[in-house]
Design a protein around this ligand. Sequence first.
Ligand SMILES: Cc1cc2nc3c(=O)[nH]c(=O)nc-3n(C[C@H](O)[C@H](O)[C@H](O)COP(=O)(O)OP(=O)(O)OC[C@H]3O[C@@H](n4cnc5c(N)ncnc54)[C@H](O)[C@@H]3O)c2cc1C
Length: 326
Amino acid sequence: MANILVYTLHYDGAINKNSLGAVSESTRLASELGGEAHAILVGENIPDELAASVGSYGATKALVAEGPEGLAQPVVDAMAKAITDGGYKYAIFGGGLLGFEIGAGLAARLGAGVAMEVTDVRVQDGALIAERPILGDSAISEKSYRSEVGIVIGRLNAFEAKQTGAGPAAVERIQFELSPQSTQATMITRGEQRGAEVDIEGADILVAGGRGLGKPEGFKLAEELAQAFGGNSAVAATRAVVDAGWYPYSAQIGQTGKTVAPKLYLAAGISGAIQHKVGMQSSENIVAINKDANAPIFEFSDLGVVGDLNKILPKLTEAVKTKRGG
Ligand SMILES: Cc1cc2nc3c(=O)[nH]c(=O)nc-3n(C[C@H](O)[C@H](O)[C@H](O)COP(=O)(O)OP(=O)(O)OC[C@H]3O[C@@H](n4cnc5c(N)ncnc54)[C@H](O)[C@@H]3O)c2cc1C
């Protein structure tokens, strides 16, 4: 029998969708291992009802640890204690930046094996095997664990949240101590990122911007075009601009971002790196605007426009408005 502990991120009274996906996946795996999936929530004043709600996704128990909210190190402390005390065999994370940071820290703390960017997990001979795409998603590598505890960190949105209809989970409040390094960082402010509410995975039309937009304000051109399209349109971004702080991570497409397949993907100032391509190549129609006629994105575009996006995007926006208006 092997129980699984699932990290459950919550914010503003709601549990993150990725975490619920990890709970569902852990429930499936735990039942095949003959064990149970338990969730852990770390934060301040977490209500019992919120913790118990993971039961709808299959967890039988929710551990609640009172500690600083939204920081990685305190969660590493809490999970390390829970795993040691509770004898958990595996810890599973739904992904996301915080998940990666906590999972990696936990692996270092426990001397545990860790598989990151996992897209599938299965049980074989009573143990977990984690699958991770490699080489730009062109091959799959399989990881098994030799360590006492195994850690699985999913790729963002890899695990689907499934409501099983089970009742509320039993809530257990646990105590843990903060290690000295956990008090070195404090949360100054926490809030929603610009554009975070946009569901780029569900959008029919995506206007994606890259470094060719020149500066953060360049995204205004992309936003105006998306707005002109109206309906179910949104703005997406490359990792280069997300890393530069020009646009929120929630809008990132690609290997380390989201995978999308809209009806129209309009790429403005995007070179078409393989890591970007794997996140959008299934789009129905790909249109690229790039001033470099040799940009790789043209190799997998249905329509390529060679030119300066600063001139083309405003004209396109006007044309779309005119067309839609008339
Ligand atoms: C492990 C790993 C994971 C990664 N994951 C991702 C990921 O998930 N998503 C992702 O996107 N990237 C990812 N990357 C980064 C990826 O390799 C590229 O660096 C990135 O996609 C490039 O972003 P870009 O196209 O915006 O910038 P660039 O490559 O700099 O391209 C900018 C383009 O804009 C064009 N341009 C410039 N000015 C204009 C103008 N005025 N008008 C028109 N065109 C113009 C240029 O010709 C150029 O082609 C990852 C990399 C690694 C190593």
